[in-house]
Design a binder for this molecule. Structure first.
Ligand code: FAD
Length: 409
């Protein structure tokens, strides 16, 4: 049955959801509080399409790091205690998800959605021309500690069992694959290369896909801050009547859902990026520095460097002191790849669930759905999440099992 569907939030997740719903023949209205699409978290992220990298944040190794994280002694990841009760519920669930059995199940659910998203990206690009500095050169994760490399090699065997193609490289092989790593050859002890992974500019992709949606009849309403109300078994939104509503509002999804008594386990995880003009030595393969938790991606004429995970609340301010880790590490390790004297800084809030598995789900209201919580991998997972959401609403069979992403799982 064809319906009128209102999508709240025009970031990566909302715009891709609009695309698949419009393609299925539904009438779609997109609403955002900003004046254009992709103005918040989908604006200047790391750019990696990390289809093979599904490691949930919550895992067995985090527990021993917890005191360091709480004391702010880890430059890449920090947790600040605060007065928000929802945060403690989130933290308890996060700790529960660190158990090996949960970690493995979460990893599998994310990987499935990742590989499905890759397939959908290729199908989409056969149908539409989108210029988003897309590179299909894979990704290299570099390691400096033997224990971490051993864990990564073991993990790569699991990923390969589920359909990935991850290969362990010596430092010399890593430099051969990506010459931009040459200055680090004596510092790293090995790498994992994932040839299936890709990269591209999420902002360019979202804005051009929004244009494609517009051409196929999707209506866009900007500068409108949405709140919802419950009316018996349904929700209503003033001025925007629709058969169904989907909240794709990133981190604030939690607050919108709370207006109708739904608890959504999402907490913002702040990160930073810098963008600068690339030199001819910039990497063609996207790189993740596993020790420093920093990613490097070439986007057209620019380099994008991103990192830092801070559970510090809903603040999007740029604290130069706090992003020094990214600025200094990038200058030290990859200073030959970009012009470090002229950088643009950006901060964003990853909509993080305790399990790192997104929520793509119906709710207790018959006309309200959620597509949110893609966290660190919203660019990677947006197409799979959007197609699954469209299938759930349309009552169509999906290629993947929706139960794994349900709010009540
Ligand atoms: C530093 C950093 C690096 C990252 N790197 C990568 C990467 O390399 N690869 C990857 O896969 N992912 C990466 N991510 C994650 C990815 O960017 C996010 O998961 C993704 O952008 C989330 O998209 P979204 O559509 O859910 O949220 P958003 O882009 O935040 O969109 C939500 C939209 O909802 C709107 N909205 C909110 N409340 C309301 C309301 N009440 N009414 C109307 N509109 C509302 C907002 O204005 C916004 O436009 C990174 C994130 C960060 C911060």
């Amino acid at each position: 049955m064809l319906m009128k569907i209102c999508i709240i939030g025009a970031g990566l997740v909302g715009v891709t959801s609009a695309y698949y719903l419009a393609k299925a023949g539904h009438k779609v209205v997109m609403v955002d509080k900003e004046a254009a699409p992709a103005q918040i978290t989908s604006n200047a992220n790391g750019g990696q399409l990390s289809y093979s990298y599904s490691n949930p944040l919550a895992g067995p190794c985090i527990i021993s790091r917890m005191p360091k994280l709480l004391l702010g002694l880890d430059k890449s990841f920090s947790i600040k205690l605060n007065a928000d009760i929802g945060f403690y519920k989130w933290l308890l669930s996060f700790i529960n998800n660190c158990r090996p059995s949960k970690h493995d199940a979460n990893n599998k659910a994310i990987l499935k959605l990742g590989l499905y998203s890759r397939q959908l990206m290729h199908e989409l690009l056969k149908e539409h021309t989108i210029n988003f500095d897309y590179l299909q050169n894979g990704k290299i994760q570099i390691y400096r500690k033997q224990k971490d490399l051993d864990t990564a090699i073991k993990h790569s065997h699991t990923q390969n069992k589920y359909g990935c193609n991850q290969q362990a490289l010596t430092p010399a092989q890593a430099v051969k694959q990506e010459p931009a790593l040459k200055p680090l050859q004596n510092e790293i002890i090995g790498a994992i290369y994932s040839p299936l992974d890709e990269s591209g500019d999420a902002y360019k992709f979202t804005t051009q896909l929004a244009d494609i949606c517009k051409q196929s009849g999707v209506e866009f309403i900007y500068n409108k801050n949405i709140s919802i109300k419950a009316n018996n078994s349904k929700v209503v939104v003033a001025d925007i009547p629709a058969d169904n509503y989907i909240i794709c509002a990133g981190s604030p999804t939690r607050f919108i859902a709370k207006q109708v008594g739904i608890s959504v386990p999402i907490y913002p995880m702040k990160g930073y990026s810098l963008t600068a003009k690339a030199t001819t030595q910039a990497p063609k393969t996207s790189i993740t520095d596993n020790d420093k938790k920093i990613v490097y991606t070439k986007m057209g004429n620019n380099m994008r460097v991103a990192g830092i995970a801070q559970l510090v609340g809903y603040n999007m301010d740029i604290h130069t002191k706090r992003c020094e880790h990214v600025i200094n590490s990038a200058a030290q390790d990859f200073g030959h790849c970009y012009n470090a004297s002229d950088i643009d800084l950006w901060a964003g809030l990853r909509p993080q669930t305790p399990s790192s598995v997104p929520i793509i789900s119906a709710t207790k209201y018959s006309n309200l759905y959620l597509n949110c919580g893609q966290g660190m991998l919203g660019w990677t997972l947006c197409l799979g999440s959007a197609k699954l959401m469209a299938d759930i609403i349309s009552g169509a069979n999906s290629q993947i099992n929706a139960k794994q992403y349900d709010l009540g799982r």
